[in-house]
Every structure is written in C-alpha cells, then in structure tokens.
Design a protein around this ligand. Structure first.
Ligand SMILES: Cc1cc2nc3c(=O)[nH]c(=O)nc-3n(C[C@H](O)[C@H](O)[C@H](O)COP(=O)(O)OP(=O)(O)OC[C@H]3O[C@@H](n4cnc5c(N)ncnc54)[C@H](O)[C@@H]3O)c2cc1C
Length: 334
C-alpha cells in the first residue's frame, strides 16, 4: 500500500488528483490482502477512462491487474471465453478477432479494462456488452466474499447496470465470461458508418476482423486518442425523451436526428443537442468541447477536474435552457 500517490497517470482525462493510498492487485488473493489493509473508502480503478476526478481520493485506490483469457466451454457454434478483470478490453477484442470469434468486434478500441465493461454495459455501433454476456465474478469489498452474477442479476440497461445503481462501489469485478460465435457469425454492420467503411475497404463479405478494422478506422477518425488529448469519451448519455418533448424539438428543428425506442420514447443524440447550443469546438480555459464530436470534453493541457466539471455543468445548463432536457453524465464524476 503506497501513501499519497498521484492519479494523473491513471485517468485518461489526465487531471491531477491524489490517492491517500494506492495498490495494484493481480489475483483474487492479492485483492483480499489489499482489502484487509485498505483505508476506506475503497475505489476500484481499471483504465481510468470513465472517471473524472474533481478532488483527491481520501481512502484507498485499488487498481485491477488480474489477467488471463481462456476458452472455458466449447459448443458446436460458439465458445465461452473467460477474461480477467484487469485485461485491457481492446486487447480482448483483438484476441477474439484473431481466433475468428464473433460478437465483440463492434466494441473495438473502447478504452479501459474488462472488469469495468459490465459496470456501464459498454456499447458501440449497435452492440452492447449484454448481447454476449454470460456472467461475471466479483469480490465484495466489505467482506472479500467472491460471488457470481448472471446477466439478469446485472440488470443491464443503456450505459447502466446494478453496479452503477444499488450495488455501486460495493464490488470488484474480477472476471467476465462472454459467449462468442465460432462460425455463423451474426455480424452487425447497420450502425453508423460501418457499412460505408467496409465498402471503402473493398470488403463485400465481412468477417469479425473486417468489422473490427472498420470500427477502428471510424473511431480513429472521429474520437480523440487519450494518449494525445485527455478525454473520457462521451461525457453525457443520449437522453431518452417523451413524445411531447420530441414534438417540441421537431417543430423547431425538422431535421433533428432521433431514434424511436420500443417504449415509445425518443432517443436524441446528446452531441447534436450540445452542438445546437454552440459548444462544438469551443474552448474554455484548459478544457473544451472536441471539434469533431461535441459529446466529448477534452483536456487541452493542464486542465483540472473542477474545470472539466464546470464546463460539463455549463453545457448541461444550456441544453436544459434551450431544449428542456436534463443531460445525465455517462462519466463517473468524483
Ligand atoms: C476515447 C474514449 C472512447 C470511449 N468510447 C466508449 C464507447 O464507445 N462506449 C462505451 O460504452 N464507453 C466508451 N468509453 C468509456 C470507457 O472506455 C468505458 O466506460 C470503459 O468500460 C471504462 O473502463 P475503465 O477500466 O477505464 O474504467 P474506470 O474509468 O477505471 O472506472 C469506471 C467506473 O467503473 C468502476 N470500476 C472499474 N473497474 C471495476 C471493477 N473491476 N469492478 C467494479 N467496478 C469497477 C470504477 O470504480 C468507476 O466507477 C470511452 C472512453 C474514451 C476515453
């Protein structure tokens, strides 16, 4: 357990904050030892790509380094793959693509750890983690007890799970098991620019590897790389609004992008709302709204977490004033 550690290298927004105590663990046994020594409160950290520190962490930060990827069951057309919570998510996707396993190729290049993926049910290009999820193993922080959670028990929703709700901050996810196809892949090319990019690549009959490559190309062209410009990806969730709220927007903006949902609500892209409020590409001090995607807040260098949070609040206030919609952060703000 190391006292007074800078968390700047451990968050992709690249802001300074200090952990009163910090330790890494590479097995369940090491995690249990760390939990016995930890000064509360305990924060489990993966890649730090979905957290904004606006202040120091007063207790212990435990960084997940549990590795390992293995096929644990084989079926005629699919396999179950179990990965350690400290594995890098994109490396797991690359491993799957190399075996020609299908199911997570649309989730290529999402930063962060495997253990954090269920926390917000990561999703991109028409696929969510829950679509391939079998179960996870997690250690209860208060007791060290290891427990398995099924898909139903995780209560996955849009960028949501039980680990962001009633069980928030109570568990460390140590392993995740996914079901991947070995042939007869059900590929999803319908979302965003995937089909167009595959056509540009000259691919007519795509494999999971082709889709992964297309997604990587799209993401590299659209999103800032945290290694060069600090960010946490999408800062806000796309709001789901009632029909009457949508009608109000449609009357003023007949071409507004929108996606009708099965529950009768309408999903409106938060990036579009933010752009209409004039924030896209705008810089305030050391932070700003990314020039190619208004939903991404960026660190232009030397930003503090408070600065980024103040910008997020100003953006949310202007969207509320102009559209009557309350944006909800996707990022965990501490
Ligand atoms: C450039 C960029 C693009 C992104 N694109 C997407 C995208 O397309 N789709 C998407 O869904 N997300 C996206 N994200 C967000 C982020 O990558 C995901 O949320 C990712 O799963 C976070 O993983 P992490 O290990 O970095 O989590 P961290 O930031 O370390 O932690 C996030 C939260 O999960 C908790 N947590 C972390 N590990 C564990 C664990 N093992 N057990 C229990 N709790 C844990 C933490 O306490 C914290 O509350 C993007 C981020 C960036 C920077």
């Amino acid at each position: 357990m190391t006292p007074d550690v800078s968390l700047r290298p451990y968050n992709t927004f690249g802001v300074e904050a200090r952990a009163a105590y910090f330790a890494e663990f590479a097995s369940v046994a090491e995690l249990r030892t760390a939990l016995r020594q930890a000064v509360p409160p305990v924060l489990v950290l993966g890649g730090g790509s979905n957290i904004l520190f606006t202040r120091d962490w007063p207790g212990t930060v435990l960084r997940n380094r549990i590795c390992g990827i293995e096929v644990v069951r084989r079926f005629p057309h699919r396999v179950w793959v179990r990965a350690g919570g400290g594995e890098d998510w994109h490396e797991l996707v690359m491993w799957a693509v190399r075996q020609n396993f299908g199911g997570i190729e649309n989730l290529s290049l999402i930063p962060g750890s495997v253990g954090a993926a269920p926390v917000q049910n990561i999703g991109a290009y028409g696929v969510e983690l829950k679509d391939v999820f079998i179960s996870l193993e997690a250690v209860e922080l208060a007791t060290g007890r290891l427990r398995r959670f099924t898909r139903q028990e995780c209560r996955f929703g849009y960028r949501d799970s039980i680990f962001k709700q009633q069980e928030k901050g109570r568990w460390c996810i140590t392993a995740v098991t996914l079901s991947l196809t070995t042939d007869r892949h059900r590929l999803n090319t319908s979302y965003g620019d995937v089909a167009r990019t595959l056509a540009d690549m000259g691919v007519g009959n795509p494999t999971p590897a082709h889709i992964s490559e297309a997604v990587v190309r799209i993401r590299q062209a659209k999103l800032p790389d945290p290694a060069h410009m600090g960010n946490c990806g999408s800062f806000f969730k796309n709001p789901e609004v009632r029909q009457e709220v949508w009608e109000n927007i449609r009357q003023r903006y007949p071409n507004a992008p929108h996606y009708p949902l099965p529950n009768g609500h309408i999903k409106v892209p938060a990036g579009w709302l933010i752009e209409q409020c004039g924030w896209k590409g705008r810089r305030v001090g050391n932070v700003g709204c990314y020039e190619k995607q208004a939903l991404v807040l960026v660190n232009h260098g030397g930003a503090t977490g408070q600065e980024a949070h103040a910008l997020a609040q100003a953006i949310a206030a202007s969207v509320a004033a102009q559209f009557g919609i309350a944006l909800e952060p996707e990022v965990n703000v501490w």
